[in-house]
Design a protein around this ligand. Structure first.
Ligand code: PDD
Length: 279
C-alpha cells in the first residue's frame, strides 16, 4: 500500500511521524474520511470544505487548496488501485517541543493520507441490518470539529463490538447525539424521518446532509429535532449514515427489535437513493 506523508508518496509501512508530533502527544489535529466508489471520490467538495473548517476552528493553516487536496487524494487512490473504499486525511499542528500552547514561529503541519479497501455497496450488514447499543456520550463540547481525539468513540465502539453490535449511539442528557462514527436517524411510526439539528454537540455529517437533500427532493417528510433516547425502541425504523457505511439500517437497539427485525423501507429507499447520488 502507498501512503502520503508531507509531500511524498511512499510505502505505508515506511510512513513514519516523529514522537514529538503534536498529533501524537496532544491529539492536536483533525482528520477527514471520504468514500471512493467506482474509482471516484464521493461528495468530496463537501468533505474538503469540512476539512478546511475543522482546521480553521483550531487555528491550523490549511496547507492545500481544495483542488490540490483532490489531486493528491485521486493520485493516492490511483496508486493503490482503489476502486471502492476510503481515503483518510489527517493534518496535525506539526512537530515541536512539548508545550500545550501553540508552537512559537512557523511549524509545518504534518499531513498524512492513506486508503482502505472496503465493499461499501455490497455490505452484507446492510442486508440483515445492523445492531446498535446506547452508551453515554463522554466527549468534549466541540464535536463539530473532526478532531483526532477519539478516545470516547474508541471506547463506545469497543462496547458495541463486545455486545455484538456494529454501532454505539451516544446519549447525553437523555437525547441521542450521534453514533460513535455516524449520524443517527429514526423514522417515527407516523412516518417522519428525524435527525438531530446541527450544533457544536455533533459532527455535521456529509452523508447526513446528502440524505436530507435526497429526502427533500423525493418528497419524504423529515424533521430536524432532538431524539429522546426513549423514542428509540418505539421507532418504526432507525438507521445511521457515514462516508464508510452510507445508509445503514438498524434492526435492533439495546437488544430490542425494531419493527419486524428487518431493514425498513425508508432506510432501504434512502440507501438506494444515496447509491445513485454517489455513483
Ligand atoms: N466518521 N459523526 C461522527 C462522530 C463521525 O465520526 C462520523 C464519520 C459521522 C458521519 O459523517 P460523514 O457522513 O461525513 O462521514 C458522524 C468517519 C467515517 C470515521 O471516523 O471513520
Amino acid at each position: 500500500r502507498t501512503a502520503y506523508l508531507n509531500g511524498t508518496f511512499l510505502p505505508l509501512d515506511e510512513a513514519r511521524v516523529p514522537v514529538m508530533d503534536r498529533g501524537f502527544l496532544f491529539a492536536d489535529g483533525i482528520y477527514e474520511v471520504a468514500a471512493v466508489l467506482g474509482g471516484r471520490l464521493v461528495d468530496n467538495a463537501a468533505h474538503l470544505a469540512r476539512l478546511d473548517r475543522s482546521l480553521s476552528e483550531i487555528g491550523i493553516r490549511n496547507p492545500h487548496t481544495a483542488e490540490e487536496w483532490e489531486r493528491l487524494e485521486t493520485e493516492l487512490a490511483t496508486r493503490n488501485g482503489l476502486t471502492e473504499g476510503l481515503v483518510y486525511i489527517q493534518v496535525t499542528r506539526g512537530v515541536a517541543e512539548r508545550d500545550f500552547s501553540f508552537p512559537k514561529g512557523a511549524v509545518a503541519p504534518t499531513v498524512t493520507m492513506f486508503t482502505q479497501e472496503k465493499s461499501i455497496v455490497a455490505n452484507p450488514l446492510a442486508e440483515t441490518g445492523a445492531k446498535a447499543i446506547t452508551v453515554p456520550d463522554l466527549r468534549w463540547k466541540r464535536r463539530d470539529i473532526k478532531s483526532v481525539a477519539l478516545l470516547a468513540q474508541v471506547i463506545a465502539k469497543q462496547q458495541a463490538a463486545e455486545a455484538g453490535a456494529a454501532e454505539a449511539f451516544m446519549v447525553e442528557d437523555g437525547v441521542v447525539t450521534e453514533g460513535s462514527s455516524s449520524s443517527v436517524f429514526i423514522v417515527t411510526k407516523a412516518g417522519a424521518i428525524v435527525t438531530r439539528p446541527l450544533s457544536h454537540a455533533l459532527l455535521p455529517g456529509i452523508t447526513r446532509a446528502a440524505v436530507l437533500a435526497l429526502a427533500a427532493e423525493t418528497g419524504l417528510a423529515f424533521e430536524e429535532r432532538l431524539i429522546n433516547a426513549r423514542e428509540l425502541p418505539e421507532a418504526a425504523e432507525a438507521f445511521y449514515t457515514s462516508a464508510s457505511a452510507f445508509v445503514m439500517p438498524v434492526v435492533e437497539i439495546d437488544g430490542q427489535t425494531l419493527g419486524d427485525g428487518r431493514p425498513g423501507p425508508v432506510a432501504r429507499r434512502l440507501r438506494e437513493l444515496y447509491f445513485a447520488f454517489a455513483e
